[in-house]
Design a protein around this ligand. Structure first.
Ligand SMILES: *[C@@H]1O[C@H](CO)[C@@H](O)[C@H](O)[C@H]1NC(C)=O
Ligand SMILES: [Ca+2]
Length: 219
């Protein structure tokens, strides 16, 4: 149903390393702000996506804007983008448009978020630390491109590139999962516990990924 490619994107291959890691038990550490450090996974799905869910845990100090999950086919750099413009807000982009979720008063040190979208209604779901936020909607009828560069740590403005150090992620990121389906609150809680009951597109033991620059998978 889906395939993860591991070949590099030409031009961004310098200093990259193909690795296989345990994304269930381990944590990506981005120790400092850089203009290029990232984790890269090239996804090639069998068909465009009509539904998706992305979940991850982030633990960061900077309060400036930063990217959490950047999924870009060649035609649209903000195809799926989880972006945190400030500590009290998250943005989910689908196909270049976004909805915002304000989380003022809910800030905790380590934040687990899930965001889901379905094409048939355009409904976006958002969960912070297992708690669902009021649903919103965008891009009803849209389909998400099947072949993409998925990046952690940098925000793509071109396919696999176009980074801005001031939007990079610094800190720790773990429990990153992506599915080609929606999600229920029960399954959000399972993902928080690192025991998802459904095979993800992104994130499992022996997961192939590339790193560029300063990013390390640590226990
Ligand atoms: C996407 O989700 C909708 C609503 O849950 C469902 O009806 C549809 O079959 C799903 N599409 C795919 C391709 O899985
Ligand atoms: Ca972008």
């Amino acid at each position: 149903m889906w395939l993860v490619l591991v070949e590099a994107i030409s031009g961004s291959d310098a200093g990259s390393h193909l690795q296989v890691g345990d994304l269930v038990k381990e944590v990506f550490v981005f120790p400092q702000e850089t203009k290029d450090s990232h984790v890269l996974v090239r996804a090639k799905l069998e068909q465009p996506l009509q539904n998706f869910t992305v979940c991850l845990r982030s633990y960061t100090d900077p309060t400036r804007p930063h990217s959490l999950f950047s999924y870009a086919p060649k035609a649209q750099d903000n195809e799926i983008l989880l972006f945190k413009p400030k500590p009290s807000e998250y943005w989910l982009y689908v196909g270049g448009k976004f909805v915002s979720f304000r989380v003022l008063g809910a800030i905790v040190a380590s934040e687990h978020i899930c965001a889901s979208w379905e094409s048939s209604t355009g409904i976006v779901g958002f969960w912070l630390n297992g708690k669902p936020w009021p649903r919103k909607g965008l891009q009803r009828g849209y389909t998400v491109g099947a072949e993409a560069a998925i990046l952690l740590g940098q925000e793509q403005d071109t396919f696999g590139g176009g980074f801005n150090a001031r939007q990079s992620f610094v800190g720790e990121m773990s429990s990153v999962y992506m599915w080609d389906t929606g999600i229920s609150t029960v399954r959000v809680l399972a993902a928080m516990q690192n025991s998802p009951d459904k095979a993800p597109i992104f994130g499992w033991r022996n997961f192939p990924y590339k790193t560029v620059g300063e990013v390390y998978l640590k226990p």
